[in-house]
Design a binder for this molecule. Structure first.
Ligand SMILES: [Mn+2]
Length: 415
């Protein structure tokens, strides 16, 4: 395990300052504050430091400010720990006051003095240029980040291993969720990377479905999209199972198509490849499978270009993952024209070594989405009616781009 050391933080901070290239002013990178739950007395939502602050300070405490000025370098201001806090929350290893090498938050105002201030982080007036620099610095994951992602992936593997034997008719989505999440936390996870999705039957066609008390039935598809987090770093895995253990012929065809779409997309992941081309590689396999299933008519190329494949694969093939389940977004100069036929792709950039991405093709029968397109002549509507209640299949891996291809970070969770 590669431990966090000051050398890692120094490198991150130096790389960030280099992209900013400022000769004056002060930049404040803020952790953010605890958010109270309205009407619930002293309850607050679990605190998560802003990703940019966590990356540069590696600290989860609310209220902190990391300040940068070209003449002074980086100075960290932290809310001092109080005796009251030690009584109620008993921060492990902590003592009253501030950690060595940091200054109490109360000194920030005087330190900033009369300099002109640019604020970055949770504040609304975030400076686009500063953030763009930080996005580029954060994209290639360093060894500490990768070590944390591997721990998150291992906890996630343990969770899915616990889950699989529990999949049976009569169990509820909720029971499976609880077992999965408990195993994440027993095996190195310290938080959930996002709200667990456990979706059986027609629920599997809802992209972000919250588990319910509904019971699984033999013959249902069961889609599980979940991930553990470790020290802010996420894993994001989706698998789709047959309740009862055996796919119907149609389910098997769709599952196999999605599996091959994922493998084809992963084979395309290497430095220099544009993300929309990874999407297209997956979409062509999806379109071919939809023709075989009998719901689309035409050549895969035409069906991808016309947007017909998007009716059944309505989301992008993946997103940056790492510090949080959605790592950096697009920089302001990375806005791309939408590619005809493809869904909106939020981060559409060329892959580079040490970037981490999810690869998550899917095929879903989504009645409300299809209802809007009723009458299109590249869709066999009678065949679709036979597939009412089918649900959907998604299979999601996380990849790390290497110098000449990619490494699968989530290979230990069986497809
Ligand atoms: Mn996911």
């Amino acid at each position: 395990m590669i431990e966090m050391t000051s050398a890692f933080l120094e490198r991150r901070r130096a790389a960030t300052a280099a992209t900013w290239n400022l000769d004056s002013g002060v930049v404040l990178v803020v952790a953010g504050d605890e958010i109270p739950v309205p009407g619930r007395g002293d309850r607050a939502y679990p605190f998560r430091a802003h990703s940019e602050y966590l990356y540069l300070a590696d600290r989860e405490r609310p209220g902190g400010v990391l300040a940068y000025a070209p003449a002074d370098g980086w100075v960290e201001f932290v809310v001092p720990v109080t005796a009251e806090e030690l009584l109620w929350t008993g921060l492990e290893g902590d003592h009253e006051g501030v950690p060595e090498g940091t200054r109490p938050l109360g000194e920030l105002e005087a330190w900033v003095g009369d300099r002109s201030v640019r604020r970055l982080g949770a504040a609304a007036d975030a400076d686009v240029e500063l953030r763009d620099g930080l996005i580029r610095v954060r994209r290639p994951k360093d060894d500490v980040e990768l070590a944390r992602m591997r721990i998150a992936a291992e906890a996630t593997r343990a969770g899915f291993e616990e889950l699989v034997p529990l999949i049976a008719s009569g169990r509820t989505e909720r029971e499976l969720q609880v077992a999965l999440e408990a195993a994440f936390l027993r095996n190195g996870g310290d938080f959930l990377a996002f709200e667990t999705i456990v979706a059986a039957g027609d629920h599997a066609a809802v992209m972000h479905f919250s588990p319910t008390a509904r019971k699984l039935r033999d013959g249902d598809l069961l889609l599980v999209d979940a991930g553990a987090e470790h020290r802010g770093y996420a894993s994001d895995v989706t698998r789709t199972y047959a309740v009862g253990g055996t796919f119907t012929a149609e389910q098997a065809l769709v599952h196999d198509t999605v599996r091959r779409a994922g493998e084809t997309a992963i084979a395309a992941c290497r430095p220099g490849t544009e993300w929309h081309d990874v999407h297209r590689a997956a979409a062509l396999v999806v379109a071919e499978g939809l023709v075989e299933l009998g719901v689309l008519r035409g050549s895969p190329e035409t069906l991808v270009e016309s947007g017909a494949a998007t009716l059944f694969f309505p989301h992008g093939v993946g997103h940056p993952v790492g510090l949080g389940v959605r790592d950096t977004g697009a920089a302001s100069d990375e806005a791309r024209e939408p590619v005809p036929g493809l869904p909106r792709i939020r981060v559409d950039i060329a892959l580079q070594p040490r970037q981490a991405w999810t690869v998550e093709p899917g095929i879903y029968i989504v009645p409300p989405l299809l209802a809007r397109e009723r009458g299109r002549d590249d869709v066999d509507w009678d065949r679709l009616d036979e597939l009412d209640g089918f649900g959907g299949v998604r299979l999601e891996q996380n990849v790390l781009i290497t110098d000449d291809g990619c490494e699968l970070l989530t290979a230990a969770v069986p497809l």
